[in-house]
Design a protein around this ligand. Structure first.
Ligand code: FE2
Length: 377
């Protein structure tokens, strides 16, 4: 039987032992950070922000930070083999290593989560330069992915100690209206969703705000299950997917095979004007999943009145879903590397706090067409 539960937000009354102020940055380990930074700038409209490398005293790796509104990506590449970063790339290809969360007390965040069973990744340490101090700590989550806790209230520099301001006066890409991380989805293995739900509940104090079983998320061929975990103030949301039995291979299984384990499947980026954002992203070569144009034939009867022009949505392939609080518009990119692994979602919320359940079938059928073309369905 299909069961979908929605728990209302902010019903928790006890003190939040892990107060999170949002996503600080997302760090990707990539084969060539210089080119990846250029891609996120030219295709997605990020601005150059900061650089760390041998010239700044970091001998074994380089990192480029790029920013658009409240969204910061860090692209990191090792300079030599035989280290954690090089091994990560060898095993997973380009992927998300760290979901860094902004906190007011990184030492306390580490202590509270370790006390509840988290495995330490980095013990709290202070990093200083002439612009102040950042305190960093970190814990492991699914696969080789980690959460960093970043305390930067006493820091006034461009990004972090060890980084210098970086930019090219001849290259100032126009932004595409991407604002912040809306949610970040992890793919985990068979029967691993509930253990990770418990991890987020017990270790990080998150709540399960939404659940989708395999009947909610299934097509003719394949299925997956998903539970959405949210922190107390709702600033940080981590849906967790696991594959489910279907006639053919689940998209989550294909991910697990090519990523060589569990990891971040997609990062959802919020915009205040999805039509303009997607128009701009398409123009710059970002590729999106294509749903059949018949999706739009009965769209208004499904979702009711919307402010956007339906022809623009159809032209751009933007999907719409409504819940009892409002509606949302969304679209998935194709994977942004050659392995069929990490992709992005572009999302605009107009009251809705859900995740587009009404679009799952159309989107997952679109993913399956891609999977089939790769010979992996
Ligand atoms: Fe999503």
């Amino acid at each position: 039987m299909s069961v979908t539960t929605i728990q209302k937000r902010n019903i928790k009354s006890e003190k939040d032992f892990l107060p999170l102020e949002g996503t600080d940055y997302v760090e990707f380990y990539v084969g060539n950070a210089k080119q990846a930074a250029h891609f996120y700038m030219s295709a997605f409209g990020f601005q150059a922000l900061a650089y760390a490398g041998p010239e700044t005293g970091t001998k074994d790796k380089v990192s480029y930070a790029v920013r658009q509104h409240k969204l910061t990506f860090v692209l990191t590449t090792p300079l030599k083999p035989g280290n954690e970063i090089a091994d990560h790339i060898y095993k997973h290809g380009d992927g998300v290593k760290a979901l860094a969360l902004k906190v007011s007390d990184a030492e306390n965040a580490w202590k509270e989560t370790i006390k509840r069973g988290a495995k330490s990744y980095i013990e709290p340490y202070s990093s200083k330069d002439e612009n102040g101090e950042v305190i960093i700590s970190g814990i492991h989550t699914y696969g080789d992915t980690v959460h960093l806790f970043i305390e930067r209230k006493n820091y006034h520099g461009v990004f972090m100690p060890g980084f210098i301001a970086w930019g090219n006066p001849y290259f100032k890409p126009v932004d595409t209206g991407l604002q912040y991380v809306d949610h970040c989805v992890g793919n985990v293995g068979w029967n691993q969703m509930n253990p990770w739900v418990s991890f987020y509940e017990n270790v990080m104090g998150f709540r399960n705000i939404l659940s989708f079983d395999d009947e909610d998320i299934s097509t003719e061929y394949s299925a997956l299950m998903s539970k959405v975990m949210s922190n107390g103030n709702g600033f940080v949301k981590f849906p967790i997917n696991e594959p489910a039995e279907g006639k053919k291979k689940s998209q989550v299984e294909e991910y697990l095979e090519y990523y060589n384990g569990e990891g971040v499947q997609h990062v959802a980026l919020a915009t205040n004007n999805i039509v303009e954002t997607v128009k701009e992203l398409r123009k710059r070569g970002v590729e999106f999943l294509q749903v059949p144009t018949t999706y739009y034939d009965d769209l208004l009867s499904r979702v009711g009145q919307i402010e956007e022009d339906i022809h623009s949505l159809k032209d751009l392939g933007i999907l719409v879903d409504r819940d009892d609080e409002g509606y949302l518009l969304q679209l998935f990119t194709k994977p942004v590397e050659d392995r069929p692994t990490v992709f992005f979602e572009i999302i605009q919320r107009k009251g809705a706090h859900s995740f587009g359940k009404g679009n799952f079938k159309a989107l997952f059928e679109a993913i399956e067409r891609e999977q089939e073309a790769r010979g992996n369905l």
